[in-house]
Design a protein around this ligand. Structure first.
Ligand code: NAP
Length: 280
């Protein structure tokens, strides 16, 4: 049987450091599936509107088999879809596009990708605590909060702009405690069992920075999950390990969300090990 090559890709801007082609090419090879995964850098709107619409049309007409979407286009593609999954409706962003019965559908694998990696790692003591502190209130915070809400966590949001956290809380519904990122505020979260960093603070090339104030020890009973994966050990994760706390970076989430997208496009189980191998 001759398989039609899966033409896949990623829309975003900028895309210079993306690991997605490596992840997908590694998995396609391991699955013995012909295909390619290309980067489609498209400028932010309004400049990129024509390029975005044209590329989405290539997916709609079957020339492409699937597209991932990242910053800044996750919310921008919503208006171009025929339908979206309930999770996209809830999070307001789509990262995986495909067609079904001639209709263009948007899905998000960020929420299940984060949950799969978190739950494969989180030590039982912290999992039982169910009190999470989420640092940042942007796009990935939304996915992380929805994921934690699905599992019944009580959530504190801490953001440098209090109003941004308020808006996130209001749009998702439910009850949240809201703090800023100052030490006197974060000191109120000493009973936290999980800290999730969704800010880019500490990411390459500014590895020296940390979203947590240096003068405040991390909560003693917390596990720390940093969505950043470059560097592999951020300053936040180093401080956590120095205190003997469980700490994990965002590479597992990146792998899981990519694997779930490829499963959607290929209809096959994706070997995570092949993706890990491709990026290590
Ligand atoms: P985003 O939508 O821009 O949100 C970033 C959040 O961090 C906002 O609340 C922002 O506040 C805050 N922030 C930015 N700079 C800050 C600073 N210097 N101090 C305090 N807060 C600051 O970005 P995102 O899409 O959520 O991505 C955030 C990080 O998560 C990035 O490092 C990204 O690589 C990582 N990520 C990883 C995965 C994965 O699979 N592992 C998935 C998604 C994202 P303002 O609005 O005030 O700037």
């Amino acid at each position: 049987m001759t398989l039609i090559p899966l033409k896949l890709g990623l829309i975003g801007f900028p895309l210079g450091h993306s690991l997605s082609p490596q992840l997908h090419h590694g998995a396609l090879k391991a699955m013995d599936l012909p295909g390619e995964y290309r980067l489609y850098p498209i400028a932010p709107l309004p400049e990129g509107q024509w390029a975005l619409t044209t590329l989405i049309e290539r997916l709609r007409n079957g020339e492409l088999a699937g597209l991932n979407v990242t910053i800044p286009h996750k919310p921008n593609v919503l208006a171009l879809l025929d339908d979206m999954t309930p999770l996209v409706r809830r999070t307001g962003s789509a990262n995986t596009l495909f067609t079904h019965g001639g209709r263009l559908i948007g899905d998000t694998t960020d929420v299940p990708g984060f949950l799969a990696d978190l739950e494969s790692w989180l030590p039982p003591e912290q999992a039982a605590g169910k009190k999470a502190l989420v640092l940042g209130a942007g796009g990935s915070a939304r996915a992380v909060v929805v994921a934690l809400q699905e599992r019944g966590w009580r959530i504190t949001l801490a953001a440098r702009r209090y109003t941004q956290a308020e808006e996130l809380a209001a749009s998702l519904g439910g009850s949240f405690r809201i703090l800023t990122l100052e030490a006197d505020q974060l000191a109120k979260s000493s009973d936290t069992s999980l800290i999730g960093n969704t800010t880019p603070v500490g990411m390459f090339p500014k590895e020296g920075y940390c979203p947590w104030p240096e003068e405040l020890p991390l909560p003693e009973g917390a596990a720390v999950y940093d969505l950043i994966y470059n560097p592999a050990e951020t300053t936040l994760l180093r401080w956590a390990r120095e205190m003997g706390l469980p700490a994990r970076n965002g590479m597992g989430m990146l792998v899981e969300q990519a694997a779930l997208s490829l499963e959607r496009w290929s209809g096959r189980v994706v070997p995570r090990a092949a993706m890990w191998e491709a990026v290590q």
